[in-house]
Design a protein around this ligand. Sequence first.
Ligand SMILES: Cc1cc2nc3c(=O)[nH]c(=O)nc-3n(C[C@H](O)[C@H](O)[C@H](O)COP(=O)(O)OP(=O)(O)OC[C@H]3O[C@@H](n4cnc5c(N)ncnc54)[C@H](O)[C@@H]3O)c2cc1C
Length: 416
Amino acid sequence: MKRRDFLQVAGAMSLAGCATTSAPSRARVVVIGGGFGGATAAKHIRLWDSSLDVVLIERDAQFVSCPISNLVLAGYSSMQEITRDRSGLARHGVQMVHDQAVAIDVAKKSVRLAGGGEIGYERLIVSPGIDFTFGDVQGYEAAMQSGRVLHAWKAGPQTVALRRQLEAMPDGGVYILSVPLAPYRCPPGPYERASMVAAYFKQAKPRSKVLVLDANPDVTSKAGLFKRAWSDLYPGILEYRGNARAVGVDEKTMSVKLEVEEVKGDVLNVVPPHRAGDIAQKAGLITSNNRWCDVDWRTMESKAVKGVHVLGDATLSAAAMPKSGSMANNHAKIAAAAIVDLLNGREPAPLQIVNTCYSFVSQKEAIRVSSVHRWDAAKGTLLAVPGSGGVSAARSEAEGNYAWNWARTIWADSLA
Ligand SMILES: Cc1cc2nc3c(=O)[nH]c(=O)nc-3n(C[C@H](O)[C@H](O)[C@H](O)COP(=O)(O)OP(=O)(O)OC[C@H]3O[C@@H](n4cnc5c(N)ncnc54)[C@H](O)[C@@H]3O)c2cc1C
């Protein structure tokens, strides 16, 4: 065992010891999940009150960003570029535990780790992202195990595998991207992906096709801008079909089953419907449709379990609020500010938050959507501020530069 690994294990064990043998000497906030939501929250709690203990539990050794991962599929970016370590968080005094949280005991206020031991908390933040409801697409699990059908909707090994499949596909082949019914992670993400794969085919395999089978009736985000880009840039390459929900998939015949027909392809990229990450389900945090966690938008505290705050994609989104890295980062700041207030005996004040989502439509050009969300006391939720947001006037290289700057800035804001 390397010295650094030993220190991590020793750290987790001594934290676990604290939880089981004695109360922490100062208030401790435990965060599960070091993605856009959890990492940002852990860092900002320490920035805003360095007297608090903050422990971040994360199972993956490195952070791999979904934003920009569609460019990796096209060969316009690399896994190295979208992979970051979390060492910056330690510089802010965040204690890192590299492990998987397997259970939350809300009565004891402690989190149990796969590697053994428990960590006690005063306040808990859960930001586990999504897991998939594979059972909604018949045959999915077997198809995925065969390695022939991928979602690549969590950036990492599946991103690499999908890029390899696209490279191996002969010119003249068909790439199928199946989009689940909203709400899903990153509303414009599938259409950006379709654009990126079409851009790659146009350059490298011009006889090939991108077929988007969307369970939704129409493109769910920036529809006018995407459709304009597709007809200008990818005529004859990219075909879009709405109301085309995948009910099954078969890796032997390489086909996606829709309600009324079966469509064959050479690369099947089927994104199944999602729900809040497993740990949220195990902890009883899911309140809506067996999928999402309802929260108080002034504090991000769960409506089901007091003392536990839920962030990011796992939440039941407020009206007109996308599941995005941008939103998760903003949720984290609401939670961090509220927890610092609560642990210092102050009443938290509602915050106004902003979403910005860029999508590439070619190697250099991007489009944008943004919105502002403000607390409405009468309705008891966050509402989009009328007239505050909007979309780009047209795709442009300037938006492409802003998109790269946005990505580098949010990676730094969350992790460095
Ligand atoms: C292709 C694609 C493109 C996208 N592009 C954009 C974009 O351009 N802009 C944008 O704003 N958003 C984009 N998104 C959406 C964005 O990635 C998500 O909304 C964001 O990652 C949500 O943050 P989160 O903290 O909720 O979850 P995540 O970032 O997924 O973080 C969850 C973390 O929790 C960890 N974890 C889960 N369970 C446990 C456990 N039990 N114990 C320990 N660790 C655990 C996971 O390992 C993970 O690191 C895109 C998504 C996709 C798929």
